[in-house]
Write a protein that binds this ligand. Structure first.
Ligand code: NAD
Length: 251
């Protein structure tokens, strides 16, 4: 059975279910996903504007793209999909929530145990001397600078947000926590991810290798479609709300 009732049943019968989300859970909040038509990445080459090489070689160009994007992403609210996942965690039907999103919407929706494997807009850091600032201080410095580049007060080096760029290593703590959660899980619910970006794309395999169950709720295709016991292709908000309704009916 590939419907909300089957997913509700899977979550109820699992002991240690975890979730993995991607850009698709935030499209209903108005944030384009990676591959959507007319999306951000159709207009900009991500390898260029979001790469460490541009940050190092042309920080003004890097910040010219990122400064308005931080405002756009800071001004967005969680949707019913984020809220449903937080509710599933409160009901202890989901544990660790691994996300590839940098938008902080899971945290805003009240989720706990959120592992942000691609970093997030939590703040800014100096890559030279590791001094850290809040996101508000980072944007204040960008706005005050004549070239739009926020700089470290201690060493003058250009600063970046805590979002991980192409060519930058993933935060070791987060990626280790994600693999540990997957290796200990007996079920994984994937929401809104094409599962195309490594190493996150290996996490579902870690769950399957342990004999765990895989459920995928994503509109587009993924490499795991034939391996998932439950495969839903509806909108994340609607489907996850239906799962909560099914759970209410069961209790
Ligand atoms: P992706 O764009 O590769 O895949 C998203 C998937 O979600 C697609 O299959 C799409 O069909 C599906 N989808 C879109 N809207 C949906 C909805 N309402 N309900 C269900 N499914 C829906 O995204 P990815 O796998 O997360 O990989 C993209 C990379 O880009 C990630 O590394 C992520 O860090 C980054 N990114 C983040 C954000 C964000 O923070 N919101 C936005 C864009 C990109």
């Amino acid at each position: 059975m590939h419907d909300a009732a089957a997913l509700a049943e899977m979550l109820s019968s699992s002991e240690k279910a975890i979730a993995l989300t991607g850009a698709g859970i935030s499209t209903e909040s108005g944030i384009p996903d990676f591959r959507s038509a007319g999306g951000t990445w159709e207009k900009h080459d991500p390898m260029e504007v979001s790469s460490m090489s541009v940050f190092m070689e042309d920080p003004a160009r890097f910040w010219d793209f990122h400064r308005p994007r931080i405002d756009m992403l800071s001004d967005v609210d969680p949707n019913t999909g984020h809220e449903a996942i937080a509710e599933l965690q409160r009901r202890e039907l989901l544990g660790t929530l691994i996300t590839q999103n940098i938008d902080r919407l899971h945290v805003k929706a009240g989720s706990s145990d959120v592992v942000e494997v691609h970093g997030s807009l939590s703040g800014g850091t100096c890559l030279r001397c590791h001094s850290a600032v809040t996101i508000e201080e980072l944007t204040r410095r960008a706005d005050a600078a004549s070239d739009g580049v926020p700089r470290c007060e201690a060493c003058e080096f250009q600063m970046k947000s805590n979002v991980i760029m192409f060519g930058e290593p993933l935060p070791a703590d987060a990626i280790n926590a994600a693999f540990e959660a997957a290796e200990n899980a007996d079920a994984m619910l994937v929401v809104g991810s094409s599962l195309a970006v490594a190493p996150v794309s290996h996490l579902p395999q870690a769950v399957l290798d342990n004999g765990g169950t895989l459920a995928i709720l994503t509109e587009g295709d993924t490499p795991y479609d034939d391996l998932a016991q439950i495969r839903l292709r509806g909108g994340a908000g609607e489907e996850l709300t239906a799962v909560l309704d099914q759970l209410d009916a069961l209790s």
